[in-house]
Design a protein around this ligand. Structure first.
Ligand SMILES: Cc1ncc(COP(=O)(O)O)c(C=O)c1O
Length: 411
């Protein structure tokens, strides 16, 4: 990692005396946890009195259906105390039915018994690691990809093999070559729709080829699909799980309701689901049973319309960002044009370092995620992830102007 945005934190040993220093007893897999990126981001906020923050990959606060959530909470509590004991390890059954119903229009024929409710996709990734990975096992994944996932894979001591991507996701020839070079690869982790961080979507032919390659080599596919419902243009493309029932599919309510609710799901074939559930039970028993009811009563008969109502706002924000970028950026700068999701991915000229630039950008009142965080090997420095979902249009215009000014000054 580049020096500027990576403060090295020494372990806190102030509590330790003599032989009580347990740090030497920590498991080796904890070595993967370096300084938190959130500390680095918080430091950037100190550079300006009114920074514009393009880092947040969440729904806008104004899009969170608060009144409905309150109403749903009252309904959920009405079933207490019956739902306050242990139970529902696989998830509240009506919620699992509702999830299966919501997946059907996407083209995925799943059912309530194939669904495990999780504390968000994050837990789904973790559980899939517990089911499939031995230390040293190979996970093939997009280069760049979701930082949270790479940290989970690393914490399970996986060996990460990044696969080159373009604006249509993983390049299949590169994937095929990697599968030949790594004949024992265990898992392909992919975000095929409105990818984090690039915003790219894999077209149908590539999806079919990816699924065929994985099937031929008996490699598990972990499909992470948090943004699928947030499409602003173009035709829907079915998830990989629609092509092959063996795909382990992860969904979440984090982007359509709220990330603080911590509710998502895994849909998987029965053998896999049995082990996802067993691992879930030893980890934290079940989701919070009230929260599952809150999500159910919020989603039932409401969520589809609610999400449809948010699309216009997000579409306008995306368009505003793309237009602003065309107005201010030098010709040598390129960016993605996502059909949905929350992210625009910027590529600066080779040699320009977006990580170093984060500090002058913050001085100039704009904060972004440097792209190197998203490359599993942290080896590319000329990219930036901008999220438009939480920033009002006038602030997007001003933020992109500040960013353009910073880039011109650096070029
Ligand atoms: C690709 C991807 N997977 C998973 C997550 C985390 O989702 P959850 O809040 O459901 O754990 C995110 C959130 O940014 C994401 O972008």
């Amino acid at each position: 990692m580049s020096a500027n945005l990576t403060a090295t934190t020494e372990p806190d040993r102030t509590w330790a005396t003599g032989n009580d220093d347990l740090t030497s007893r920590f498991a080796r897999r904890n070595d993967v946890f370096g300084p938190s990126i959130w500390t680095e981001i918080l430091n950037l906020f100190k550079h300006h009195t009114d920074p514009i923050y393009f880092g947040d990959g969440s729904p806008d606060k104004g899009m969170i259906p608060l009144a409905k959530l309150k109403e749903a909470s009252a309904e959920a509590w009405a079933s207490a105390p019956d739902c306050l004991g242990y139970g529902e390890q696989q998830g509240y059954e009506p919620l699992r039915h509702l999830i299966a119903e919501r997946m059907r229009p996407l083209g995925v024929a799943t059912s309530a018994d194939r669904i495990l409710v999780t504390s968000g996709s994050t837990q789904g990734i973790d559980l899939a690691c517990r089911v499939f990975l031995e230390p040293g096992d190979v996970v093939l994944l997009e280069n760049p990809t979701f930082l949270g996932a790479t940290e989970i894979f690393r914490s399970w001591e996986a060996r990460l093999v990044p696969i080159e991507t373009d604006d249509q996701g993983m390049k299949i020839e590169a994937l095929e070559a990697a599968l030949i070079a790594e004949p024992n690869a265990k898992m392909i982790y992919t975000i095929p729709t409105f990818q984090n961080p690039t915003g790219g979507t894999m077209p149908i032919e590539r999806r079919q080829r990816l699924v065929d390659l994985a099937r031929a080599r008996n490699v598990a596919i972990l499909e992470d699909d948090p943004y699928v419902e947030l499409r602003y243009d173009g035709l829907a493309v079915p998830p990989l799980a629609a092509f092959d029932p063996n795909v382990v599919y992860l969904g979440t309510f984090s982007k359509t309701i709220a990330p603080g609710i911590r509710c998502g799901w895994a849909s998987a074939a029965p053998d896999v689901l049995r082990l996802l559930l067993a691992n879930r039970e030893v980890s934290d028993i079940s989701n919070d049973r009230i929260t599952m009811r809150v999500v159910y009563h919020t989603a039932d008969g409401f969520l589809t319309g609610h999400v449809a109502g948010t699309l216009d706002v997000y579409r306008r924000r995306r368009d505003t960002m793309l237009n602003a970028l065309s107005e201010v950026m030098p010709e040598s700068v390129a960016w993605s044009k996502p059909d949905g999701g929350f992210f625009v991915w910027i590529t600066l000229p080779e040699g320009m370092n977006a990580t170093d630039l984060a500090i002058p950008a913050a001085d100039n009142g704009v904060i972004y995620f440097p792209g190197h965080w998203f490359f599993p090997n942290h080896d590319r420095y000329n990219t930036i992830r901008l999220s438009f979902s939480t920033v009002p249009e006038d602030r997007i215009v001003e933020g992109v102007r500040r960013l353009g000014e910073t880039i011109w000054a650096a070029g």
